[in-house]
Design a protein around this ligand. Structure first.
Ligand code: NAD
Length: 259
């Protein structure tokens, strides 16, 4: 994978950063994207560059507007000439029962978690086809396979993302381009910390107590999946050994979905 160009959306924190680290360790040049303080992002770029000896670019396209999000691909292609690996990872959550779910929040969750990945795949595929190689990995969720209450928009978007992954896998089936999805269970990142804080606000229990309760309700292993483990799976899906894995939705969920 030395010298391949990888675009990872939402890679300034959490799972996206874990994936960037693992791809960087394989010698991929990295295109980072996501929100954050300018100084912190500069420091992150510098650290990744020094640690892995790869080029690290930061393209701050806001992916909440799907019609504009393809700029991330055009800018990456302008800078590196092409994109070999696209990881659609940026995502947001909103938790509320359907009756109280604001329609603008619904649209936001659908836009970032589903429509933007569609726009980015649409933008990246022509050049991948031209060059005859590509890897697309969509970070879905266990919520792409099953549901939880209060997550209507997220569950709909992630189910949609798995369907979209299958369509792209079929449309690229006769090419060396693959498209797969990963379905994490609980991973301790800012996205989940926010949900634990919301539970603390309701229950009055401690953060540690709510963290344990959240895990045990769903994840039989009682342990979080790690960002490093998810990064490892992305590396595998980008490797030659995974060339015939197409349109899969691979769980990393401590057993959540086997119950
Ligand atoms: P996170 O909040 O730590 O990171 C999300 C990243 O997306 C950040 O870099 C953020 O800046 C970026 N982002 C958010 N909105 C954006 C926008 N409009 N434009 C550009 N970037 C934007 O979240 P995470 O937990 O690392 O989640 C990453 C992905 O994994 C998401 O798609 C999420 O649905 C999925 N996921 C997470 C878990 C979990 O337990 N953490 C479980 C299953 C699936």
């Amino acid at each position: 994978m030395n010298g391949k160009v990888a675009v990872i959306t939402g890679s300034t924190s959490g799972i996206g950063l874990g994936i960037a680290e693992r791809l960087g360790a394989q010698g991929c040049h990295l295109v980072l994207n996501g929100f954050g303080e300018t100084e912190q992002i500069r420091a992150l770029q510098h650290r990744l560059k020094e640690t892995y000896g790869v080029q690290v670019s930061y393209i701050p396209v806001d992916l909440s507007v799907p019609a504009q999000s393809s700029q991330l691909i055009t800018k990456a292609e302008d800078e590196f000439g092409h994109v070999d690996i696209l990881v659609n990872n940026a995502g947001i959550q909103h938790v509320a029962p359907v009756e109280d779910f604001p329609i603008d929040q619904w649209q936001k969750v659908i836009d970032i978690n589903l429509t933007t990945p569609f726009a980015l795949m649409k933008a990246v595929l022509p050049r991948m086809r031209e060059r005859g190689w590509g890897r697309i990995v969509n970070i879905a969720s266990v919520h792409g396979l099953i549901a939880s209450a209060q997550k209507s928009a997220y569950v709909s978007a992630k189910h949609g993302l798995i369907g979209l992954t299958k369509v792209v896998a079929l449309e690229t089936a006769r090419t060396p381009i693959t498209c797969n999805a990963i379905c994490p269970g609980w991973v301790l990142t800012p996205l989940v910390e926010k949900q634990i804080q919301e539970r603390v606000a309701v229950s009055g229990r401690s953060f540690e107590e709510e963290k344990k309760a959240l895990l045990l309700e769903k994840q039989p292993s009682g342990e979080f999946a790690s960002v490093e483990q998810l990064g490892g799976l992305v590396v595998y899906l980008c490797s030659p050994d995974a060339a015939q894995i197409r349109g899969a939705a691979m769980t990393v969920d401590g057993g959540w979905t086997i119950q």
